[in-house]
Design a protein around this ligand. Structure first.
Ligand code: NAD
Ligand code: UDP
Ligand code: UDP
Length: 311
């Protein structure tokens, strides 16, 4: 069945892949974005599709449109970008969620929230399960993002309890792939761009902190399955790749795969940087019959090719 689907943050890294996938399934897609971190380049190849519509709009302001489903992705995701204007980051998460939930309530649309593993903060439980409440600093430099996303989850569950809205909450763990912004400061894009340019690979801290990296195609598949899941499944559900790597391992892998002459250079560790992170994806396996299929080396190959063509 063809649906009218709203994707907020649709011109961003994940949003553009999601729009592409939804269009390929024959849906009408409305992409809403204020181009803070997203770009028109990310969606240029979709513009000629008559089923694709783009609207420049900031989700902190009300939006009146008629749609059947909403994917709420609008929010800068990299620490450099979300710390650039932290007040706007919290507004985007909180006011943005209120407006999109108000919209969903009015038109009775199913709504999915792109939440994050950051709701677990610097976790004391490893790997992280959905029932863990997290360890988040409420007043640090990451708080605008972490607490904004936590409050958005609260709003989603209150609209569900209070207004019987059909909500879907996914907690996304570090995801990478083509169309990441080359300067957005996230580790995968930074390392690849540095390696390709022969610049120093900047490791923050001693490089022993870990992350689990999910390739974008795996993530989009999980989002689609989540939106289509039975109506009493709200999540939250962890979406990520349980393979866990230290930043030092990632740097060495990128240097090897790009045959780069870059050297590793250590830089100060930013405040509140989580020490370890790995999703427990039992819920996703059971409820969505989903698990990632793309291992880090394969995903990195595709991402390196993308940045090679760009640079
Ligand atoms: P991104 O920065 O590429 O995309 C975010 C998009 O939202 C951009 O196009 C940006 O212009 C837009 N946007 C920002 N503020 C807006 C506003 N007020 N109104 C309208 N549009 C606005 O980042 P991404 O990696 O594609 O992340 C997409 C979503 O997924 C975000 O909500 C992010 O928090 C979440 N997420 C991503 C990851 C990841 O690893 N990529 C991990 C966890 C959660
Ligand atoms: N809203 C919106 N589009 C709609 C319906 C509502 O942007 O189609 C906004 C509206 O401006 C309001 C918010 O969503 O600020 C929350 O709406 P809700 O109906 O839940 O609350 P109320 O309007 O009663 O404050
Ligand atoms: N990081 C790094 N060098 C960089 C960029 C990031 O060592 O050039 C580290 C960062 O300190 C963190 C990890 O890589 O420990 C992941 O950072 P990213 O910003 O990609 O994601 P997040 O911290 O939000 O998980």
């Amino acid at each position: 069945m063809t649906k009218k689907i709203l994707v907020t943050g649709g011109a961003g890294f994940l949003g553009s892949h999601l729009c592409e996938r939804l269009l390929s399934e024959g849906h009408d897609v409305l992409c809403v974005d204020n181009y803070f971190t997203g770009t028109k380049d990310n969606i240029l190849h979709l513009m000629s599709n008559p089923k694709f519509e783009v609207m420049r709009h900031d989700v902190t302001f009300p939006l009146y449109v008629e749609v059947d489903e909403i994917y709420n992705l609008a929010c800068p995701a990299s620490p450099v970008h979300y710390q650039f204007d932290p007040v706007q980051t919290t507004k985007t998460s909180v006011h943005g969620a209120i407006n999109m939930l108000g919209l969903a309530k009015r038109v009775q649309a199913r709504i999915l929230q792109a939440s994050t593993s950051e709701v677990y903060g610097d976790p004391e439980i490893h790997p992280q399960t959905e029932d863990y409440w997290g360890k988040v600093n409420p007043i640090g430099i990451r708080s605008c993002y972490d607490e904004g996303k936590r409050c958005a989850e609260t709003l989603f569950f209150d609209y569900w309890r209070q207004h019987a809205l059909e909500i879907k909450v996914v907690r996304i763990f570090n995801t990478y792939g083509p169309r990441m912004h080359p300067n957005d400061g996230r580790v995968v894009s930074n390392f690849i761009v540095q390696a390709l340019k022969g610049q120093d690979i900047t490791i923050y801290g001693d490089g022993q902190q870990t992350r689990s990296f999910c390739y974008v195609d795996d993530l989009i598949e999980a989002m689609i399955r989540m939106m289509g899941s039975h109506s009493d499944f709200t999540g939250p559900v962890n979406i990520g790749n349980p393979g866990e790597f230290s930043m030092l391992q990632l740097a060495e892998l990128v240097i090897r795969m790009t045959s780069s002459k870059s050297k590793i250079a250590f830089r100060p560790l930013p405040q509140d940087d989580p020490k370890q992170r790995r999703p427990d994806i039992t819920v996703a396996r059971n409820e969505l019959s989903w698990e990632p299929t793309i291992v880090l080396e394969t995903g990195l190959e595709k991402t390196i090719s993308y940045f090679k063509a760009m640079i």
